[in-house]
Write a protein that binds this ligand. Structure first.
Ligand code: GLN
Length: 430
């Protein structure tokens, strides 16, 4: 039944794959050589389960999506005071490559524009550029749960054409923001932007942020909750550059885009998203990725300012009242993520029963996405030669006039009786 989520993801990806608006980033010549049709998306649940669609295994360069991670590393290694002394946290509303500092403080306005990101690199303590890059590479790799490597051609291309970033770095040096040699700092910055990721890497990195710094795949703590909170905060206010306001109101997830065409988005406590499509809008954000994230947020109820409720539906009890029948009892609020865990648990156990009964009579609030997922369970089980019934006396999941009315029961006893009859019928049918 996790297949329902998979189908849904495939379907919206297919829907937007026809969109061909936007341009390839060409100010880094090597970036203009990628296939503009590539389109992939990966969703990671907070427990590390992965849904992938399209070009989710294709590698592209991380570019500016590196910025929050180097900022987090600088916070980890140098502490917030030292970092705050050099980089602000105010949205700039400016383009990512604006040659600017805050008028009063003479610091970069935030770590998500190039000026702040270059300053963040210099705040990772190291005795040489190679050592600094190695720390950065290891750190990102720990977030992704696998070793990330550099795209040597993109690195060379950006280094050869990076005069604008040179202008920014020398300006920062003149204001005393950079203590190290600007060219050394830039070299590390160009290398970090050239690290290769897939949408699945991005989703895992996002899920690690969603899990407060613990990678759900490896179980390893990569950073602590305070660093994550600070990092997500600047992603909310500055992650999408001058489109940040529009993004927060429409999508409502801390996010970061890169000119390679990727977007990473985080729903704290719940999930991580990675998308890739290289055609960019005028602000440098991937056109299809923005559309996809908007849709996911709208339909799955992922806006982080949706009134906070405990998202975890608790499966309080799972029991077998008689042969071939298993009851799953859900309590509490059921939102998409909780419902997804419920259907996955049922899916995982379905070898062991003929009829699965979901008892939502003690559930509280059930949102739209969860209703669709839970009511669709019976169809998914039916497709596998099984049956799925729902105990839903108060119509929390199955509304009046729903096509799923015939699988709705008022009590567990009624549902178990129907299940036994179903199994008997199946046996005599053979
Ligand atoms: N490496 C790119 C640059 O510094 C990153 C910009 C981006 O992804 N927005 O110009």
């Amino acid at each position: 039944m996790s297949r329902q989520v998979q189908r849904y993801l495939d379907q919206i990806r297919a829907e937007f794959s026809g969109v061909d608006a936007g341009e390839l980033a060409d100010y880094i010549p090597e970036l203009a050589r990628v296939d503009p049709d590539r389109f992939g998306v990966t969703l990671s649940s907070s427990d590390g389960y992965i849904y992938e669609s399209g070009d989710s295994a294709v590698e592209f360069t991380i570019q500016s999506i590196s910025k929050p991670f180097t900022y987090a590393l600088a916070l980890d290694r140098s502490g917030p005071e030292a970092v705050d002394a050099k980089i602000g946290v105010e949205p700039s509303g400016e383009a990512f490559n604006e040659i600017s500092v805050d008028r009063a403080t003479k610091r970069p306005k935030n770590p998500m524009i190039n000026a702040g990101a270059i300053a963040a690199v210099s705040l990772v303590p190291a005795s040489s550029p190679d050592e600094r890059f190695a720390l950065i590479q290891d750190y990102y790799s720990a977030f992704a749960g696998r070793r990330l490597d550099i795209d040597a051609d993109v690195y060379a291309s950006e280094k050869a054409t990076g005069d604008r970033n040179r202008a920014i770095a020398y300006m920062l040096a003149s204001f005393g923001v950079l203590d190290d040699d600007p060219d050394d700092v830039l070299d590390v910055y160009f290398r970090q932007c050239s690290l290769k990721v897939t949408t699945t890497d991005l989703a895992r990195m996002a899920a690690t942020l969603a899990r407060n710094g613990v990678n759900p795949l490896t179980g390893r703590r990569v950073t602590d909750a305070a660093v994550v909170r600070r990092t997500l905060s600047v992603m909310v206010t500055c992650g999408m550059y001058d489109a940040a306001g529009d993004w927060v109101s429409a999508v409502g997830m801390p996010a970061k885009s890169g000119v390679g065409g990727g977007i990473l988005a985080v729903l704290p406590g719940q999930l991580g998203i990675g998308t890739y499509s290289p055609l960019l809008d005028a602000k440098g954000n991937s056109v299809r990725s923005v559309l996809l994230c908007r849709r996911l947020s709208e339909e799955l109820g992922l806006h982080f300012l949706t009134v906070a409720r405990d998202a975890r539906a608790t499966l309080r009890a799972i029991y077998q009242p008689c042969d071939g029948v298993r009851v799953y009892e859900a309590h509490g609020d059921l939102l998409f993520c909780g419902a997804e865990q419920v259907v996955r648990t049922v899916d995982r156990g379905c070898e062991d029963f003929v009829v699965g009964i979901l008892d939502v009579s003690r559930a509280d609030d059930v949102d739209e996405a969860a209703k669709v997922l839970l009511s669709g369970m019976s169809t998914a089980l039916h497709d596998q030669g099984k049956a799925g019934f729902i105990v839903d006396p108060d119509r929390r999941v199955i509304g009046d006039g729903s096509e799923f009315e015939q699988v709705r029961y008022r009590t567990v006893e009624d549902a178990v009786d129907a299940a036994t009859a179903f199994i008997r019928g199946q046996r005599s049918g053979r």
